[in-house]
Design a protein around this ligand. Sequence first.
Ligand SMILES: [Zn+2]
Length: 329
Amino acid sequence: MLKLNYDEIIEKIVTEKGVTKEEVEKKIVEKIANLSDLISKEGAAHIIANQYGIKLFENFAPRDYKISEIAKGVNGINVAGKILTDFEVREFNTPKRQGKLGFCSIGDESGVIRLVIWDEKIIDNLKVNAKKDSILKINDAYSRDNNGYLEIHLGSRGKAVLNPEGLVIGEVKQVSAEVGYSKKNIIELKADDRAEIYGTIVQVYEPRYYDACEKCGKKVLEQEGVQSCKDHGTVVAKKSPVFNFFFDDASANIRVVCFAQLAEEVLGKSGNELSVLKPEEVELYTKKLLGKQMVIQGRVNKNINFDRLEFVANSVKGADPVEVLESLK
Ligand SMILES: [Zn+2]
């Protein structure tokens, strides 16, 4: 269950840790005071739960990944790709175990990854039916690091569906999935790390906007009042937001920077919609994001002007409540 409310979080801490409700609430009040009242009660409760070592994310149901988003050591991966190689089966016979393994590479618009299958029924099915260019959707796989290259492994808990109806994979990007985003605590982050962090929004800043091409999202050039895109000529520009917030995972907090579509995803409104609101309406609206829990993948950037680390988001999960509910099904 991802979206625990304030009372549910407290109840979870009390039952799992055998502390009193008063103790927990006192800590939450202190946390709110520490963060100068910038955090919601719920957000503070999430942080305190983390401090008690209670993982509110523990029961993450399998969720959908693009290949490039997969990090090592992740469970519950749902991913789809085009089969790029012949499906190969190898038998093994060791004193401990005997059986067979199935292999192939799959690719999507973001990259290519090797797939290792341990389940005999799935192997037998794919051996007969998998063709090059078939689309394969696998559910509940896990990732492994094999000499710096990522693999996804599908065991008996997993599922594989060939050519699921309605699923289309675009042009495959021929980039091998190398060890991608590793899960980290914020306190461990160093410049240039690619990491996945889990936490809570504890402070928000007013979004800023730039004029972007409606077709490709690039910043438009303006000459004599006419806006144009290098690739698309004269265009109608849209307001593309840049949204910054502080993100706390109990180990530390960091400023997260989200651009354009990602910013809109987190904000739940487009730049065009937000930029016409009054400042106080924007403030009220963005304050509602305080306490929101998310999983963010991105890169750590050293901002030299301010001598601080920032986390530039490449993907966010849990930003859209509908998406979260879907991924829990
Ligand atoms: Zn353009």
